[in-house]
Design a binder for this molecule. Sequence first.
Ligand code: ARG
Length: 407
Amino acid sequence: MKPSKTVVLVYSGGLDTSVCIPFVKEEYGYERVVTVTVDVGQPAEDIREAAEKAKAMGTEHYTVDAKEEFAKDFCFNAVKANAMYEGYPLSTSIARPIIAAKAVEVAKKLGATAFAHGCTGKGNDQFRIEFAIRALMPEAIIHAPIREKNMTRSWEIEYALSKGVPIKQSLAKIWSIDENLWGRSIEGGRLEEPDFAPPEEIFQWTKSPTAAVDKVTELKVAFEGGAPVALNGEKLSPAKLIAAANVLAGENAIGRIDVMEDRMLGLKVRENYECPGSMLLLTAHKALEALVLTRDELRFKTQIDAEWSKLAYEGLWWDPFKEGLEAFIGSTQKRVSGTVTMRLYKGSMTTIGRSSPWALYNEDLASFDTKTFEQNESTGWVKNFGLQSRMYHSLVAKMGAKKGPDA
Ligand code: ARG
């Protein structure tokens, strides 16, 4: 296929993606660079800066506001699946498919089929972004200059300086940060050392327990069909609800996560996250599921949720397996409506109440003080419980054999 003259660059405004702007022209021969920055809830000034930089470098720039779609179709799907990978609520992971999808939308409008992104060859984002682009546009040509040319940070800085790429902000940054509505990730510098305690300065969304408000916060999270719909009785749009949850939980020191994470390529890396809102909503959602789903549904769903989380971690957003898992998840979530009361205080988060029209709990059945459930009817059931174990023990006695693995 003859290479097209236009390339769509998935653009964050950081050093890696900024270096790509002159590079795809000079080294890959494109005439027109279109930059796309997708707003999934990163700081407004990052979005503005990206647009300014791109324009200063003469690209045709698009900013796509995808916050509500991201919140509703990505974050809330993660809630329904209790999504968690090695203790991390997948905030970066679930943003990549929508970012790539928006770049594909822009490309389709412009009739472009070539893409570039700034991912390195070590991380997960390269898999997520390239899979999403190819799933939505099979004929796409994708370039990953940083990975393909084995660029190092110092080489990139030198190249950027020689090409007039504005990198002042990038140079001042010690930490590598990725941020969206579902969470904030902080990497780089000494944080890479698994045994280096994260300094307080890396945290922006969460207070430390000692600096948190000295007041108990109780709040109600309402759900409909597995998705959060209101906080303290106030109905909010998905993106606004997550933003409010981030503030409430963050000031109560909820959501700091420090983990060793197994990346797709097998690298073990140390990761720090702040995920106050997502941790709050996920915890409340589980509490409601525990009230309305059957024991078997709950047990089986933990496996479904783990599979969903793995697919989401790998960015396989448009995989048929995911559709199948979501068919099961969706059928359970129809009943996950109701309200959960949470108590937050200096880093602790406790569920202190739950109610639902679909609750399987029945006061009359469970109470000590009623006759609806005739307790004497349990006698035969109890007597025959563990029948096979009992038979085993009588056999052991009869044969005079010793019990246990060393026998
Ligand atoms: N390790 C996390 C993940 O793969 C988050 C990485 C965030 N940083 C980044 N530059 N994308 O989902």
